[in-house]
Design a protein around this ligand. Structure first.
Ligand SMILES: NC(=O)c1ccc[n+]([C@@H]2O[C@H](COP(=O)([O-])OP(=O)(O)OC[C@H]3O[C@@H](n4cnc5c(N)ncnc54)[C@H](O)[C@@H]3O)[C@@H](O)[C@H]2O)c1
Length: 330
C-alpha cells in the first residue's frame, strides 16, 4: 500500500511516517515547511521508499499528479495553532479549506482513499454538557476550528455527492516528542527549563482531553485497514484535565516551583472544555490507547530536556510569547 502523507514534516504527520517506516510501503511526504514543521523530525528515517516533496496542498497540479501514484492520502497539512488563527484567519481559510478541496478533487478523479485528519475542536465548547459523539452538532468557536469544520463538511459532501472513499478522524489534544514549541505542553516545558514565567490563560481552568501522539497515529493506521468509508471517528484517551493541573505536573517533573505560573488575559473565544466520546472506534475496530497519561507526560518532559538541540533553533520571542494572538503573524 503506497501513501501520500501531506504535512508529514509537522508534529503528528512525522509521528505517522516514523510509525510506518518499517512497513513495505512507498511514502511520499508533501509539506510546504511552514511554521510548525521541521525536517529534523524525520532525520533518522530508515524507510528506503521515502520521498520528500516541498510543495503546497493548494497546488492542484502537483496534488493531482501525486494522488495518481498512491493508494491512500492522509492529510495532516494544516494551519494548526488557534492563537495564530485569531491573529490571521485568512491563511487558515486558504490552507485548511482550499487545501482540502484540492486533495478531494484529485481523490475523486483517481478513485483513491482519503483520510481526513480533523479535530475535536469542531464540536466547540462542552462546558456543562455530556461528551460529544460523532453525531453531535458542529459548533466551532475560533477561526481554526471553523476552517477544520468547513473541511469536514466538504469531505462529507464529496462522499455523498461523488461517492469518494474517505474517513474523517476527530482527535483530542496530542502530546509527545517533536511538538512545535508554541503549543501548551512544549512551551511550558521550555519556558520552565529557561526559568521564564509560565503563562496560563485566564484562570487556567480550561479542560482539555490529552492523547499521546503515538496512540493517535496507531488509531489512524487501524482505521485505514478496518474503518468504514464515509464514517467519522472520534479519537480520545479520556485524559480530561485542566491546563493548570498539566502545567503544575510539568513543573513538578522538572522540580520547579508553582510560583513560576503567571496568569495572563484569556484568549478571546476560549472554549472552557473539550470532551468527546470515542466508543465508536473502540467498538468497531477494537482500538484502544496504550499510553498512561502521567508516565507519558514525564517521558515527554524528559525528551525535551534531552533534546535541546532539536528545539533551540525553533524558539524566539514569537514562539514562546505568552499571548500569541496579540502578535501580527502575517
Ligand atoms: N496537535 C493536536 O493536538 C491536534 C489534535 C487533533 C487534530 N489535529 C490535526 O492534525 C493535523 C496535524 O496537526 P499538527 O499538530 O501535526 O500540526 P503541525 O502544525 O505540527 O503540522 C502541520 C504541517 O502542515 C504543513 N503545512 C501547512 N500548510 C501547508 C500547505 N499549504 N501545504 C503543505 N503543507 C502544509 C506544515 O509545514 C506542517 O509540517 C492538523 O490537521 C490538525 O488540525 C491536531
Amino acid at each position: 500500500m503506497n501513501f501520500l502523507v501531506c504535512g508529514g514534516s509537522g508534529f503528528i504527520g512525522s509521528a505517522f511516517i516514523r510509525h510506518l517506516q518499517n512497513r513495505d510501503s512507498k511514502i511520499i511526504n508533501l509539506d510546504l515547511l511552514t511554521i510548525g514543521s521541521n525536517p529534523e523530525n524525520l532525520k533518522n528515517l530508515e524507510n528506503k521508499n521515502y520521498q520528500f516533496i516541498k510543495d503546497d496542498i493548494r497546488n492542484e497540479d502537483i496534488i493531482n499528479h501525486l494522488v495518481k501514484e498512491v493508494d491512500i492520502v492522509v492529510n495532516f497539512a494544516a494551519e494548526s495553532h488557534v492563537d495564530r488563527s485569531i491573529a490571521n484567519p485568512k491563511l487558515f481559510i486558504e490552507t485548511n479549506i482550499l487545501g482540502t478541496y484540492s486533495i478531494l478533487e484529485a481523490i475523486r478523479k483517481h478513485d483513491k482513499v482519503f483520510i481526513h485528519v480533523s479535530t475535536d475542536e469542531i464540536y466547540g465548547d462542552a462546558e456543562n454538557q455530556s461528551s460529544f459523539n460523532e453525531d453531535s452538532q458542529i459548533n466551532p468557536s475560533n477561526p481554526y476550528a471553523a476552517t477544520k469544520a468547513a473541511a469536514d463538511h466538504l469531505v462529507a459532501s464529496y462522499y455523498r455527492t461523488y461517492g469518494i472513499k474517505c474517513i474523517t478522524t476527530r482527535c483530542t489534544n496530542n502530546f509527545g516528542p517533536y511538538q512545535f514549541p508554541e503549543k501548551l505542553i512544549p512551551k511550558t516545558i521550555i519556558r520552565s527549563i529557561k526559568n521564564l514565567k509560565v503563562p496560563l490563560y485566564g484562570n487556567g481552568q480550561q479542560i482539555r482531553s490529552w492523547i499521546h501522539v503515538y496512540d493517535h497515529v496507531q488509531a489512524i493506521e487501524s482505521l485505514i485497514s478496518k474503518g468504514k468509508s464515509g464514517q467519522v471517528y472520534n479519537i480520545t484517551a479520556y485524559n480530561e484535565i485542566t491546563n493548570k493541573t498539566i502545567v503544575k505536573k510539568i513543573l513538578d517533573v522538572l522540580g520547579k516551583s508553582h510560583d513560576m505560573i503567571e496568569y495572563v488575559k484569556d484568549r478571546p473565544g476560549h472554549d472552557k472544555r473539550y470532551s468527546i466520546d470515542s466508543s465508536k472506534i473502540q467498538k468497531e475496530i477494537e482500538w484502544k490507547p496504550k499510553y498512561q497519561f502521567d508516565d507519558a507526560l514525564e517521558e515527554t518532559v524528559n525528551w525535551y530536556c534531552k533534546n535541546k538541540n532539536w528545539w533551540e533553533p525553533l524558539i524566539d520571542d514569537k514562539t514562546l510569547h505568552p499571548q500569541p494572538w496579540t502578535l501580527n503573524w502575517k
